[in-house]
Design a protein around this ligand. Structure first.
Ligand code: FES
Length: 375
């Protein structure tokens, strides 16, 4: 084992070195904390060869410059996190047709969180690389557990490391860390707390178990099935074996406000339609939901709410891309593969006097995944 060659800056005391495993009094005023650290390291078969500051003299110009840069990075992290919070709370986020500032909501959140985390990462990296003393140590492997004495020494080692981080004697860094990390902590809490602020039951009549196809949302009149741009759909718009996604034809029907309403309108081939009709007529919940060879099922997967919209017209299976659940459309959209355990609810449809598809009532079952409040 090599003796310590370079005395660390400001740590000239040699007591304890080469003292075998004699107990060390960590309260001994003659021992500096570094002496204890070095003794602890020695007992772990670690020889500290080099331990020296990266700067000449305390509070040198170079050190101050590094401290300033790291503080700036912490502050940048905090400023970006604060901007994230402001945008998270006040930026308009609801989907609107056409181009609006709402389109930037998610992008801005992502960019600001990225800047904040990168600045924090760079600050920590710069601190480790540019500010902490250089150390070269050699360690042997050992297998037996540590003694109580060794554990006490390890405690002192940790305190020493905390002191060496130099936060106490660098108030600028202390302030910058506080200002940088506090908003970042709030950012971590924001999505959790934010989701609890809005009460979904606050309306007199909760929308919880109704979708945009409920005639109540349309002044009591049946709601039309419309495309994303609001145009109504006629039977001849969907080719045989084809399908389109439809939304409630009411103001905001294709927006997040009615996020539970997207529906898949499917035009079955004659023989498939016949099988589907028999299956639905034998099931009281789906009886009378088809119109001709057309049927409509909720697009919200009953497993975890993904859009189940990969329709295989040869097999009449509807696939959910998230976890590969498959629903057999000709058998009341019964799940036949994957984690979904409940079938997709059917939307009762018909055609109005002008020849456009309408929902003859709202869904008869609750759409989407199961949850504890579901009736
Ligand atoms: Fe559809 Fe999981 S959300 S299978």
């Amino acid at each position: 084992m090599t003796d310590v060659k370079d005395e660390p800056h400001g740590h000239g005391h040699d007591a304890g070195h080469g003292a075998g495993t004699e107990p060390v009094d960590v309260q001994d005023p003659r021992l500096s904390r570094f002496d204890i650290v070095r003794e602890g390291a020695r007992r772990d078969d670690i020889e500290i060869l080099v331990y020296e500051s990266q700067f000449t003299g305390a509070n040198s110009k170079a050190e101050k410059r590094v401290v300033r840069n790291i503080a700036l990075l912490f502050l940048l992290s905090g400023a970006a996190a604060l901007a994230f919070l402001i945008i998270y709370i006040w930026w308009p986020w609801q989907f609107e047709l056409g181009h609006s500032i709402n389109d930037y909501y998610t992008a801005l959140l992502g960019i600001l969180l990225g800047i904040s985390l990168f600045a924090l990462g760079f600050a920590i990296l710069a601190w480790a690389k540019k500010l902490l003393p250089h150390e070269v140590s050699i360690q042997d492997r050992h297998t037996s557990p540590s003694s109580d004495d060794d554990r006490l020494i390890t405690g002192q080692t940790l305190v020493y490391m905390t002191e060496e981080l130099g936060v106490q004697r660098r108030p600028l860094l202390k302030g910058a860390i506080g200002l940088g990390l506090a908003p970042l902590g709030l950012v971590a809490a924001a999505p959790l707390i934010g989701g609890l602020i809005e009460n979904p039951h606050k309306d007199a009549e909760p929308m919880m178990f109704r979708t945009g196809f409920d005639p109540a949302a349309n002044g009591g009149k049946p709601v039309r099935l419309t495309r994303g741009d609001g145009t109504p759909v006629r039977p001849e718009d969907v080719s045989i074996g084809g399908q389109i996604t439809v939304f409630p034809g009411i103001p905001g029907g294709a927006t997040n406000e009615y996020a539970d309403s997207p529906t898949l309108l499917i035009h079955l081939r004659e023989d498939d339609a016949e099988r589907a009709r028999q299956a639905s007529e034998n099931d009281p919940r789906n009886k009378g939901t088809m119109w001709g060879n057309y049927l409509a099922y909720s697009k919200i997967c009953t497993h975890a709410g993904c859009p189940a919209s990969l329709y295989e017209q040869q097999t009449n299976r509807l696939l959910c891309p998230c976890h590969q659940s498959q629903f057999l459309i000709t058998d009341n959209a019964r799940p036949i593969f994957g984690p979904a355990s409940r079938r997709l609810p059917a939307l009762p449809i018909t055609v109005d006097a002008e020849g456009f598809f309408v929902a003859s009532s709202d869904y008869r079952e609750t759409v989407g995944p199961d949850f504890w409040e579901r009736p």
